[in-house]
Design a protein around this ligand. Structure first.
Ligand SMILES: [Zn+2]
Length: 281
């Protein structure tokens, strides 16, 4: 999965530290990220790369993000850095296909934080300017005391199984056309177990029992924390899809469950776990 970057270690401890020239920085414009053009990998700039070509003030306003091993990552909100020769903005879709997960994970977590900082420039309570805390990853308003932290929304992924068959779905009206598992956001006042039962009922009209927690995954693409469950069909196996959400819902035999080559997602890993009998149900 995209967060599995061992032997490297992601460290999200917040540091109030001025960047050094060798530190890396991430620069985004919408859904694009700045990388070196002549590298096939996601190659992020260091401050010294840009100092050498005359960009001397980037360090001053950079926001510390996180570190991976001893490499610190910062965020700059300076735009138009692709005017520097050799650098260009590429689609953040590249995070989905980069085989070196630590590069894509750094890029996508930075992108989530970039959206959060960018969407909170003013206090949502009193509309004054927002300040960056020096102690933690938090924004606050000096005028009214409002505080805000990065958005993380819990979402369940559910592998519904019935003997040797797994329930696979396809989304309606999305570019993503591969098989998926049932998924949905937790709603207000709900436990994750209740979310599982509600989503399965809503999306395919089935009942489930014997929920088993499988694992979880940060999914910074959508500010989400994914929580994976296996759940056993309870009763009738007739699938009735919710047509505005899904285009397809099928019971797939274990040996026919598709496997992904690059497996960044919890969904892919859960499908593989079922297919390879990695889990006992
Ligand atoms: Zn305020």
């Amino acid at each position: 999965m995209i967060q599995d970057i061992a032997p490297r270690t992601f460290n999200n401890n917040f540091k109030n530290k001025t960047a050094k020239p060798q530190d890396l920085f991430l620069s985004y414009e919408g859904d694009t990220v700045l990388v070196r053009e002549d590298k096939s990998k996601l190659w992020y700039p260091s401050f010294s790369d840009f100092e050498e070509i005359g960009y001397i003030n980037l360090i001053d306003n950079a926001q510390f993000l996180f570190s991976i091993d001893d490499i610190n990552y910062y965020l700059t909100d300076k735009k138009g850095l692709d005017s520097a020769e050799g650098w260009s903005y590429v689609s953040t879709k590249r995070f989905m296909t980069e085989p070196k997960y630590w590069r894509s994970f750094a890029g996508v977590v930075g992108w989530q934080l970039n959206r959060w900082y960018g969407n909170h420039r003013f206090c949502s309570k009193c509309a004054k300017s927002i300040k960056h805390s020096k102690k933690e990853r938090m924004l606050y308003c000096e005028s009214c005391g409002f505080q805000t932290y990065p958005t993380i929304s819990p979402c369940v992924i559910i592998a519904v199984h019935n003997g040797d068959r797994l329930l696979l779905t396809k989304y309606a009206g999305r570019k993503y056309t591969k098989y998926a598992l049932i998924a949905g956001f937790a709603e207000i006042g709900e436990s994750l177990e209740q979310t599982v039962r509600r989503e399965v009922k809503e999306e395919v009209g089935l009942k489930v029992k014997n929920l088993k927690f499988y694992g979880s995954q940060p999914w910074p693409f959508t500010d989400t924390l994914l929580v994976g469950f296996f759940a056993e069909l309870d009763g009738d196996d007739t699938i009735t899809i919710q047509e505005d959400e899904l285009s397809l819902g099928v019971w797939m035999k274990r040996e026919d469950v598709p496997l992904e080559e690059i497996n960044i997602s919890l969904t892919g890993e859960m499908m593989k776990a079922f297919r390879t009998r990695f889990i006992t149900l």
